[in-house]
Unconditional design. Structure first.
Length: 223
């Protein structure tokens, strides 16, 4: 298995959906609710899960394209409303995430970088009792002043805020989007293979300096 090579680690940044929390059912049900309202047939949960990662607007566009129906102008607003009503109905932290965060917080400052809107991110973290692991300024959503991942702007801003060298930062994420973000920012990356965003990941391109974990609790020994 590839391993992290830079030491010491000074700062850990986490993706949210598919890394800290399993949110695919709530996202899928919200997307399918909008599709059904527009006369489409619901899509399988796993199919919608593969559309997650580039922000809500892209998720909605992909869902309508897959359902082969025209997307109405208010589709994104309708999705955000439906999803906002069910942020934590089924969404839960992955097994081992709270204990891993508790251990890692004793060693490093922790942050969240997600393409999910900030308000929804804050509500999910608070609703699942994960907000206490992250200082408010270290939670960055996809609707703030920085371009969404895989653009490295948000990750680099967090790095500057923490006052650390990017080479001592680890981005933990489940998708190729997170991997590309870390590469663009010059940070290390740890791929969460257990997340729903891992499907289709170019594993043959993982190299020295790229770590892979199959369970959240492995983070405490790897990092």
């Amino acid at each position: 298995m590839p391993a992290l090579i830079a030491t010491p680690i000074a700062f850990i940044v986490f993706d949210l959906d598919g890394t800290l929390v399993d949110s695919k059912r709530d996202l899928a049900e919200a997307a399918n609710a909008v599709l059904v309202e527009c006369g489409a047939t619901p899509l399988p949960e796993e199919a919608i899960a593969r559309m997650v990662g580039d922000g809500a607007a892209t998720l909605v566009a992909r869902a309508f394209a897959a359902a082969a129906v025209d997307q109405p102008s208010d589709a994104l607003a309708r999705f955000l409303e439906r999803y906002g009503q069910r942020l934590t109905v089924h969404t839960r932290p992955y097994d081992g995430v709270p204990s891993a965060l508790a251990t890692l917080r004793e060693r490093y400052p922790l942050a969240v970088l997600t393409n999910k809107p900030l308000r929804a991110t804050q509500l999910v973290l608070r609703g699942l009792n994960l907000d206490g692991y992250f200082a408010e300024q270290f939670v960055v959503g996809g609707d703030g002043p920085y371009a969404r991942k895989p653009d490295p702007a948000g990750l680099l801003a967090l790095t500057r805020l923490a006052g650390v060298d990017p080479r001592t930062v680890v981005l933990v994420g489940d998708s190729v989007i997170d991997w590309k973000t870390a590469r663009a920012a010059g940070t290390q990356v740890c791929v969460a293979r257990y997340g729903f965003g891992f499907d289709g990941f170019p594993v043959d391109e993982l190299a020295v300096g790229h770590a892979v974990v199959d369970r959240p609790e492995q983070l405490t020994t790897l990092l």
